[in-house]
Design a protein around this ligand. Structure first.
Ligand code: TRP
Length: 375
């Protein structure tokens, strides 16, 4: 049997270079692979609402942003099914049944949920006696790993390409699948995580050198940024704070410009943009020795990034002029996703023996029992 991919993103903002190296470019490649029968890409609006309940408009506006980013990166709706999570009601029903297979304690141990709870302002306990304070953890947020298990299993996904922060979710999904299959019978497929393959790419730091690109830190380069934006952001990027004069020796470790070059630069780029060096190793050696200034490194990075983003910008311009068509793609994708999820849900109900009206045996047995008793 061929393999099936399911992956997705929360629509809480435009996608950035971190998404591109971590997942989007991989998805575009996977579309060409014979190994996979089907690719589902989900815009996880319902999951985004688990910690944005008071801001549905933000989620609503960002669905189109994420869809535009997908299409401009080269995700091809003919080969991948792009859909909106909330439009597949079957996912909620699956999640509701899975909730019986997971303990509160197990959810509390999920490292990603733990970390996210710390990050958000509902971290603190409710302030005693003050009912106007909205502190506390929403149940929907707390249980989103279960809903994510529904997302994955509804499509019988074998393969989930995600970043390493999603590992606990996939682990939890696997546990739910095992529990379901041993309790009710073999219906669900145990998914495998597919991590990004290039370690330099696994986590692109922010332009400020902080561990991760993140909207809230304002350290992102967006796929929809203009040439000018990219230039400005790279020019103000974090490098080596001790590399003050050009002659000073510099550090490339922890230097965001070099981390980005590791992720994006190929030998051909030197021939084209900076023929002083044959490759990145030579350039790094010069930087370490001293005598190579940050501006020169940054200019190379700007050229490389803008070359990479040019076709993405071009496709984005096309789709921005065809928004109705983008929504048609999402609608058709959601219908197809719904058909697939409904099929799995049917099997789930059958295995759990809650398909009462189709269960002729149940009805005739009870009818016979009552008939005999009342004779
Ligand atoms: N949790 C994922 C994220 O924050 C998004 C997501 C929701 C997802 N459901 C999924 C990813 C299912 C993979 C599979 O990025």
């Amino acid at each position: 049997m061929g393999k099936i991919i399911l992956t997705g993103d929360r629509p809480t903002g435009r996608l950035h270079l971190g998404h591109f190296v971590g997942s989007l470019s991989r998805r575009v490649q996977l579309q060409k692979s014979e190994e996979f029968d089907k690719i589902f890409i989900m815009i996880a609006d319902a999951q985004a609402l688990t910690d944005n309940a008071d801001n549905p408009e933000k989620v609503r506006q960002n669905i189109i942003e994420v869809a535009l980013d997908y299409l401009s990166c080269g995700i091809d709706p003919k080969r991948s099914t792009i859909f909106i999570q909330s439009q597949v009601a079957e996912l909620c029903e699956l999640a509701f049944y899975y909730m019986n297979l997971v303990t509160v304690q197990r959810l509390q141990r999920n490292p990603t949920v733990k970390a996210e709870i710390k990050l958000r302002d509902f971290a603190e306990e409710a302030i005693e006696g003050d009912t106007t304070q909205k502190k506390g953890i929403p149940v929907g947020f707390f249980t989103y790993p279960i809903s994510q298990a529904a997302d994955i299993t509804a499509f019988k996904a074998t393969t989930v390409p995600v970043g390493e922060d999603q590992e606990p979710m996939i682990e939890q999904t696997r546990e739910i699948v095992h529990k379901f299959n041993t309790t009710y019978g073999e219906v669900l497929v145990v998914p495998e995580i597919m991590l990004p393959d290039n370690s330099a790419c696994m986590r692109l730091p922010g332009t400020d050198g902080k561990a991760k690109m993140s909207k809230s830190l304002g350290n992102c380069i967006y796929l929809s940024d203009s040439e000018k934006d990219v230039k400005q952001k790279v020019m103000s990027m974090y490098t080596d704070p001790d590399h003050l004069r050009i002659e000073d020796p510099g550090k490339v470790e922890g230097n965001a410009v070099f981390t980005y070059l590791d992720a994006f630069c190929r030998d051909e780029h030197f021939e084209k943009y900076l023929p002083d060096y044959k490759n990145l190793d030579e350039m790094k050696a010069h930087y370490r020795r001293g005598g190579l200034g940050d501006v020169k490194c940054k200019k190379l990075l700007i050229a490389i990034l803008n070359e990479m983003l040019a076709p993405i910008r071009e496709r984005r311009a096309y789709w921005e002029n065809n928004i109705e068509e983008v929504y048609r793609i999402l609608e058709e994708g959601s219908l197809e996703a719904r058909r697939t999820a409904a099929q799995t849900l049917n099997e789930v109900r059958g295995a759990m023996r809650i398909n009462y009206f189709e269960d002729r045996e149940l009805i005739s047995e009870q009818a016979a029992r009552y008939k005999a008793a009342n004779q």
